[in-house]
Design a protein around this ligand. Structure first.
Ligand code: ZN
Ligand code: ZN
Length: 594
């Protein structure tokens, strides 16, 4: 889900925004590491480690709501990379010196996550090397936007911090340019697009804000000077990339497919599941077959109701496809897309409460908003959740409006997010999917499990919650809802097939689009969007299916063991209480308890 030293990739993926803290009102002093006198050696070492880690990764720190080092922008040069490697090696050594036999289960798993984080960081720098070939990794917008939009301190203080950051922007992009070697054309195009969005964050509005906030003339002049230099640096980077792209059009670009040699180790590091990527791929192929067979039955049940006396095709994919096509016409109008999503959130919350599925926190409402410009690019909907340093802050549901689409693109998109699937999307993103899970995660007693959380657990929970809600009767338990849900679930399964197929097996664009449109019944717009995403990310698309399968199997196993004593609400609340730890780790912790 997350590249360890790279914030921009977090914004790219539908990664549930663990890295996006948008706290609202907090104390104005930087938080001090809370080390109590009675803290265990492990707890003290962990707090010292975290403060050092944020100092070393100030952008990431701003993302999780830790502002002590917010005025620093590290230039991503060779010296910084060497420092990162030394940092990782040094802390691995310090943690290795602890007596592990004295740690309880919670601390042991925290330690495992810290190790995984540091080892992955090293692997990304030394082996994966996206810092060389992914120009979209370099973007200064997000931390600056967070500092401007988050009231963690009075505005004049935040503007002063931003001004200091801006002064370091030219050195940042100079280092970025120096790093780029044979990038992929796909990441180059994305970097151009997103850097243009960056200019809307580094706009003259900042100077108006400074005037309103009552900054001194001198401070305003400095801000103006730093802003102009930063804008110039971003424009320079865009120009550099455009020239480079014209050259790459003639040849010499890197293939966006990462290949098997990088794929397996990346899968192990990012997903942390109990199987190999190849095993997951095989499992997904089997699941696709199971879903097709189930949908075949549902299609037979629904055929005459919707298709009247139209001849039923012998081919099951044709039959299912025609039925889905007919049902998909039931969708909201383009201008109703955003309001409808907003309207559904309280309905879902009421259902979760009434059916006693899990406790919700009414003091922490979800804010539905249009996706900020600088975050647009891949996902149509995403969640920006506050980090564990400011767990009382707002959670945002970012919905990208359809303004950028022409009429036929919008129609295609709306058919995809039809009456049934739009509800499943809201379950996934909001209630009781990402929004609810991340609120629980931030209340977890383990800060490490919230900070270095596992993407497969986060996505797996959201996907699990879809099926769980339908099993509880949400949506009326109708064959229509189950058919559409199956189509949606097929998407998660095909995400895994697509990702492995493209990056490891060299699947072509034509074959990928065929898989998505014919076997997963996706629209042209959706399939093309997914094709774009698989070119820009790797492994992340498999996290949904892996985590979902692990959670569902675990629940079924407990149900069988506990029989009538099994309590769904208690299971959910306990499962969510460990933060965003890998599913296999949560299983261990839950079954180890008496
Ligand atoms: Zn329509
Ligand atoms: Zn998700």
């Amino acid at each position: 889900m997350r590249s360890r030293f790279c914030l921009s990739l977090i914004a790219l993926s539908l990664a549930a925004g663990l890295g996006h803290a948008l706290p609202a009102l907090a104390e104005s002093t930087p938080p001090a590491p809370p080390v109590s006198a009675a803290a265990s050696p492990f707890a003290s070492l962990t707090e010292a480690f975290l403060d050092a880690y944020w100092r070393q990764n100030p952008d990431y720190a701003v993302g999780v709501g830790y502002y002590r080092y917010a005025d620093r922008l590290r230039a991503p040069d060779a010296q910084y990379r060497a420092e990162q490697l030394r940092f990782g090696a040094d802390w691995l050594k310090r943690f290795a010196a602890l007596d592990e036999t004295k740690l309880d289960a919670g601390a042991k798993t925290d330690l495992a996550l810290i190790r995984a984080q540091l080892e992955a960081g090293r692997w990304y720098l030394e082996t994966f090397k996206s810092w060389q070939w992914d120009p979209s990794q370099y973007n200064v917008a997000e931390p600056i936007a967070l500092l401007l939009n988050t009231e963690y301190a009075p505005l004049p203080e935040r503007l002063a911090t931003v001004s200091l950051r801006l002064a370091q922007v030219p050195a940042y992009y100079a280092a970025a340019q120096g790093n780029i070697q044979e990038p992929t054309r796909e990441h180059t195009a994305l970097a151009i697009q997103q850097s243009e969005g960056t200019l809307s964050v580094l706009s003259e509005d900042l100077l108006k804000q400074a005037e309103t906030a009552g900054l001194t003339l001198e401070a305003r002049q400095t801000l103006g000077k730093n802003l102009a230099a930063a804008q110039e640096a971003v424009r320079g980077y865009i120009a550099f990339l455009k020239t480079l792209d014209a050259k790459l059009a003639q040849g010499g670009a890197r293939d966006f497919r990462i290949g098997k040699a990088l794929y397996e180790p990346k899968f192990q590091r990012d997903i942390q599941a109990g199987m190999s990527a190849e095993q997951l791929y095989q499992r997904a192929l089997e699941e696709k077959e199971r879903l097709h067979a189930h949908m075949d039955t549902l299609a037979d049940q629904l055929w005459s109701k919707y298709m009247k006396d139209q001849a039923k095709p012998a081919d099951r994919l044709d039959k299912i496809g025609q039925l889905i096509k007919t049902l998909s016409a039931d969708h909201v109008a383009a201008e109703q897309f955003f309001p409808e999503i907003k309207k559904q959130i309280p309905v879902l919350e009421a259902w979760v409460r009434d059916k006693k599925l899990m406790e919700l926190d009414p003091s922490r409402p979800l804010v539905v908003r249009e996706t900020p410009e600088y975050m647009r690019g891949i996902a149509g909907a995403s969640i920006s959740a506050p980090g564990p340093y400011d767990p009382k802050a707002n959670t945002y549901y970012n919905v990208t409006p359809l303004d950028g689409y022409d009429a036929s693109q919008a129609e295609s998109y709306l058919r995809e997010y039809n009456r049934w699937i739009l509800q499943v999307l809201n379950i996934h993103e909001a209630v009781p999917g990402h929004y609810v899970q991340l609120l629980y995660s931030n209340k977890s007693p383990s800060r490490i499990k919230s900070l270095f959380g596992n993407g497969a657990m986060v996505e797996g929970w959201a996907v699990y919650s879809e099926r769980m809600m339908l099993e509880s009767g949400y949506g009326g338990d109708t064959p229509e809802m189950w058919l559409m849900y199956s189509k949606w679930n097929l998407r998660v399964v095909c995400n895994s097939i697509l990702d492995y197929g493209v990056h490891v097996l060299g699947m072509s664009e034509a074959d990928a689009l065929k898989l998505l449109t014919r076997e997963a019944f996706q629209s042209e717009t959706e399939a093309k969007g997914k094709w774009r995403r698989v070119q820009l990310t790797s492994v992340q698309l498999t996290s949904y299916f892996t985590g979902y399968a692990e959670i569902y199997d675990f629940r079924e196993q407990l149900k069988k063991q506990q029989g009538k004593d099994f309590d769904l609400k208690a299971f959910h609340e306990r499962f969510l209480s460990f933060g965003s730890a890998p599913v296999s780790m949560i299983k261990g912790l839950m079954t180890a308890q008496p």
